[in-house]
Ligand binder design. Sequence first.
Ligand code: ATP
Ligand code: LTN
Length: 339
Amino acid sequence: MTSSRPRVFSAMQPTADSLHLGNYLGALRQWVALQDTHDAIYSVVDLHALTVAPEPEALRRRSRVTAAQYLAAGVDPERSLLFLQSHVPEHAELAWLLSCLTGFGEASRMTQFKDKSARVGAEATNVGLFTYPVLMAADILLYNTDLVPVGEDQKQHLELSRNLAQRLNSRYATEDSPLVTVPEPYIVKETAKIYDLADPGSKMSKSGHPSGLIELLDDPKTVATRIKSAVTDADTVIAFDPVNKPGVSNLLSIHSALSGVPVEQLVADFDGKMYGHLKVAVVEVVENALGPVRERVTELLARPEELDEILADGAGKARAIARTTLARVYDAVGLVPAR
Ligand code: ATP
Ligand code: LTN
């Protein structure tokens, strides 16, 4: 890793057996591209996944499968660090310190927590889910991250990370030698929010309707069925109009993102055609993109030692960076260094 390049950090939770097309287009694809210009560090945030009380065996399996999907999509361990969050204990340590800098009201305003706790009821939720954005800030600040590629739903969490970085710097450092870098979000507008195929008013999400999801590891038949049953609308005109035609617009966005054909060009090409024609074309571009990823994941999972080796190597290198940042921050806030 060359230290003269800006740093990118991002992560996903191992909360499902497969990532979905929203994760891929909104985040993972950007991660792969940014390796060309940035020092890249990517993590599978297994500690975050504990907030939803997963079965131990499922968590273990999903942690490896998530890492395998990063690699299969093009995260290159020769150029980037890839590790499991729990292998770098500094994440949890910095999170504690940051939680002492976070206002209770400030954390209470996080809309994702409000939505998730409203869904299950306040009594069924846990403190980890509440402080989750603080752990996310720790993930980012430990690596002096310049850029964080994510989908739109993470914007508010990133704003908190920025505020905490600024607070740390203004309370404990001088302007000319800040303690941590203030991170910038990197959100690509066209793919910032991919919508659920069955409910195009909501974002495609692991916790959404299965019929509205395109999973990276689904078999091609299931993917095709779901795309063909995607909700469109009553008229038959293929036009890009996210407000009045959210389903059709979502299919056009997905096609364009994967084929590279601009949306306006697609609209012109499909002029006078039926929704069915568009869906057949989307099935084809999705399969062309996901087929090779699926195959690579199968290969990687057949060699678990190799995968674990990559994760161990990433954790060792990430930890060396994280340790230095944590020591600097501990010292600045007045904790006596251990001898
Ligand atoms: P959950 O439903 O459990 O909240 P999720 O499907 O939203 O999960 P996350 O693990 O929270 O997935 O997200 C991982 C990354 O993928 C984040 O950067 C997030 O912004 C991005 N992402 C998730 N869903 C979408 C989507 N529908 N469109 C674009 N990006 C998305
Ligand atoms: N909250 C994110 C996952 C996440 C993350 C991060 C993303 C945890 N730590 C650090 C970017 C940087 C989500 O997708 N739900």
